[in-house]
Design a protein around this ligand. Structure first.
Ligand SMILES: [Zn+2]
Length: 404
C-alpha cells in the first residue's frame, strides 16, 4: 500500500459495528486523481460522502478504513470517484485485504478463506479476479521464451461450456485460457503472442482436433504438431468397441444367443491393458480368440498401436508405419477407417514419437482446473474460473501483504 500517500487522522471503535474504524485522508499530492487512470483531474463534487473499506482485522475485531470519497471529472473517463492509494477502484476492500484473500485462496481451502475473512465466497472470487489481473500486469512478459506449448480444450458447466487452455511444456505453467472451442479462440492466443513470438514456437501438442491444427499451421507454420498419444490410442479403443458392437449385433441377428451374451460382457477384457486383466478377463479374451477372429484381430490392432507408443527409440516410427499398413489391409471397417484417418496425422504422430512430447502436463493442468471448477463461484461465466486457474497454475508470485 502506498502508505506515504495517506495520513491517519484518528482511530475509533464503532460500537454499533463492533469494529475498529481508522479515519484516513489522501495526501495533497495524491488527491483528485481519476480512479481509473490516476490522471490528475478537476474535483467534481463530494460524491456520496464518507466511505469505508474493509481492511485487515485487528485480532478478532474487523477493521475499516474510512475516508472522503469525492468525485473528479476525468477527460477520458468522465465523472468518477477519485483514486485512493489503499484500494483498487470501485471496491469495498483494501489492497491489503485483497492480497491476503488471494494468498489464502492459493494456499488454503475454500472454507478456510471464507471463515477466516468472514466474507461470502462470491466476494472472494471477485477479489481473486481483480488480484489476478494485477498480478498478470506486474508479471511482465510471461510469453517471452515460450517454445513448446500444449493446446487443449476443457469442458466445464457439465460439458455445456468450454475453455481453450495453453500450457508451457517446459515450465508446466498455465499460460493462457479463454472461453470457447474454435479456431477463433485459438487464434486469440496467437494474437496475444504476436507474430514475432509465433515464429519462435517449435512444438505444439494437441489432441488431433482439426480446429487446433489448422490455426497452428496458419499462425506458426514452422511449428511441428505433436498428436497426443493418449488420444491416438483412444481412437483405436473406440474403433475396437465399434467392432465389438457389430459382431454382437450380428450374433443376435443370427439367433446365436450364447455368443451374443458373451460379446456383450467382454468390453472390459478388450479395453484394459493386458497386464491389468483379471483371470476371468483373460479367460474371456481366450474365448474371443477361439470364437471370433475378427474381434480378436481388432483387439490385436488396438494393442499393437498402444505398443507403438509404449516402446522407446527411433524404431517406433517404423512400427507406426507398419501398423498403418496392417490396419489399412485388415478388412475390418472401423480399423480401415481409422487407418485412413490416421494417415492424415502420420507426420504429427511421428513428431510425437521423435520429440517425446505428450500432453501429460496439459492433462495435469486440466485436472487441476476441473477441481477448481468445483470451488469457482457458480461458474456461469468463464472469467472467475479462468482467474482462479491463473492464480493457482499461472506461476505468479503471490505474497502475504507486507512480506518480501
Ligand atoms: Zn481517467
Amino acid at each position: 500500500m502506498h502508505l506515504g500517500q495517506s495520513v491517519v487522522e484518528s482511530v475509533d471503535f464503532d460500537e454499533d459495528e463492533q469494529a475498529v474504524v481508522v479515519s484516513v485522508r489522501v495526501r495533497k499530492a495524491a488527491r483528485n486523481r481519476c480512479g481509473k487512470c490516476q490522471r490528475r483531474c478537476a474535483r467534481y463534487d463530494a460524491g456520496a460522502g464518507r466511505r469505508r473499506w474493509r481492511s485487515l482485522d485487528l485480532g478478532p475485531v474487523r477493521t475499516f478504513l474510512e475516508a472522503d470519497a469525492p468525485r473528479v471529472s476525468c477527460p477520458g473517463h468522465g465523472v468518477v470517484v477519485a483514486w485512493v492509494p489503499w484500494a483498487r477502484h470501485g471496491v469495498g476492500h483494501t489492497r491489503l485485504f485483497d492480497d491476503l484473500a488471494a494468498w489464502l485462496v492459493r494456499y488454503t481451502s475454500k472454507t478456510t478463506v471464507s471463515t477466516f475473512l468472514r466474507i461470502a465466497w462470491r466476494s472472494v472470487v471477485a477479489i481473486v479476479t481483480r488480484v489476478t489481473a494485477d498480478l498478470d500486469a506486474e508479471a511482465g512478459d510471461r510469453l517471452a521464451n515460450v517454445r513448446r506449448i500444449g493446446i487443449d480444450e476443457i469442458s466445464y458447466k457439465r460439458r455445456h461450456k468450454y475453455l481453450v487452455v495453453v500450457v508451457d511444456h517446459d515450465t508446466g505453467l498455465l499460460l493462457w485460457a479463454k472461453e470457447g472451442r474454435d479456431k477463433k479462440t485459438v487464434g486469440a492466443f496467437f494474437d496475444v503472442l504476436g507474430d514475432e513470438r509465433c515464429r519462435q514456437i517449435e512444438l505444439v501438442s494437441a489432441d488431433g482436433a482439426d480446429w487446433i491444427a489448422d490455426i497452428v499451421g496458419l499462425r506458426c507454420p514452422q511449428a511441428k504438431i505433436c498428436v497426443d498419444p493418449f488420444h491416438v490410442v483412444s481412437w483405436a479403443t473406440d474403433a475396437l468397441d465399434l467392432v465389438r458392437r457389430q459382431v454382437w449385433n450380428e450374433a443376435r441377428r443370427r439367433g446365436q444367443t450364447g455368443l451374443a451374451r458373451g460379446l456383450r460382457d467382454c468390453r472390459f477384457a478388450l479395453w484394459k491393458n493386458p497386464e491389468d486383466l483379471t483371470g476371468k478377463q483373460q479367460a474371456k479374451l481366450s474365448w474371443i480368440q477361439q470364437t471370433n477372429q475378427t474381434l480378436y484381430r481388432a483387439y490385436l490392432l488396438k494393442e499393437q498401436l498402444r505398443q507403438v507408443f509404449a516402446a522407446g527409440g527411433a524404431e517406433r516410427i517404423a512400427l507406426l508405419d507398419h501398423w498403418l499398413q496392417w490396419a489399412a489391409r485388415c478388412r475390418i471397417g472401423p480399423f480401415t477407417d481409422l487407418a485412413r484417418r490416421m494417415r492424415r496425422y502420420r507426420d504429427d504422430i511421428a513428431n510425437t514419437l521423435t520429440h517425446n512430447l505428450s500432453n501429460a502436463r496439459v492433462e495435469s493442468v486440466n485436472t487441476k482446473i476441473r477441481l477448481l471448477e468445483r470451488i469457482a463461484y457458480g461458474v456461469k461465466k468463464a472469467d472467475p474460473l479462468i482467474a482462479l486457474a491463473m492464480l493457482h497454475l499461472g506461476g505468479y508470485k503471490i505474497l502475504l501483504p507486507g512480506r518480501a
